[in-house]
Design a protein around this ligand. Structure first.
Ligand SMILES: Cc1cc2nc3c(=O)[nH]c(=O)nc-3n(C[C@H](O)[C@H](O)[C@H](O)COP(=O)(O)O)c2cc1C
Length: 190
């Protein structure tokens, strides 16, 4: 399935059709090669607004986003996750963090992971809808990665990095993986 791409700034050509939400969901893929072209501040703003529109337990919004466009910081993040992915021409990375000072208390505190994951998926889908490529690079719960990323972004104690999203214009067209498996579905009980 191909996706008609459109600009997030509203400068859509009249002949371009905005893809449906279902098309965006069905055609999103992880992009690991980027052209090096820079993403605009307006596009970053749209991505962050999309992330923060996510559902969040008790509307706590226990998240924070560190936008990285400094190549030295991008390189350090890449080293921290022992991944060359961030060096592949990405324009930006966004470190999605949990903010424990805003999270629920007790057993429910762990909902910060779901909240930041929902925000991350929103951001990935928005990027795809805007014609950008993105990759979710895991950080939490790998303690070594959490500590390294926290140090690089100079995060205070109550902040836990959850993932790094690398962003840019795609320089590859990865195959869409068909992950639909009927055996994963149960009705009423297992
Ligand atoms: C929690 C999580 C951590 C991930 N970490 C990495 C990573 O460190 N490096 C990487 O290349 N891809 C990473 N990915 C992307 C997955 O490899 C990718 O989503 C999966 O292969 C399915 O491919 P698709 O996104 O194209 O559908 C991660 C995805 C998730 C959800």
């Amino acid at each position: 399935m191909s996706l008609t791409l459109f600009s997030c700034t509203g400068s859509k050509a009249p002949e371009q059709q905005q893809p449906s939400a279902l098309d965006v969901i069905a055609t999103r893929v992880s992009v690991r090669q980027f052209t090096g072209e820079k993403i605009s501040a307006e596009q970053i703003d749209t991505l962050l607004r999309s992330a923060m529109a996510a559902p969040t337990a008790v509307n706590k919004q226990p998240w924070a986003f560190v936008v990285v466009d400094d190549q030295a910081v991008l390189d350090s993040l890449s080293q921290a996750v022992k991944s060359s992915r961030i060096e592949n021409g990405a324009s930006h990375a966004i470190v999605v963090c949990g903010d424990m000072s805003k999270a629920l208390e007790g057993e429910a505190q762990g909902y910060w992971v779901e909240d930041t994951s929902a925000a991350t998926e929103n951001l990935l889908l928005a990027a795809h809808a805007m014609g950008l490529g993105a990759l979710w690079v895991g950080v939490y719960p790998i303690s070594e990665r959490v500590a390294a990323v926290k140090h690089i972004i100079n995060a205070p104690e109550h902040i836990t990095p959850m993932c790094i999203i690398t962003l840019g214009y795609p320089n590859e067209q990865p195959e869409i993986k068909d992950k639909y498996k009927p055996e994963n579905i149960h009705h009423n009980a297992w």
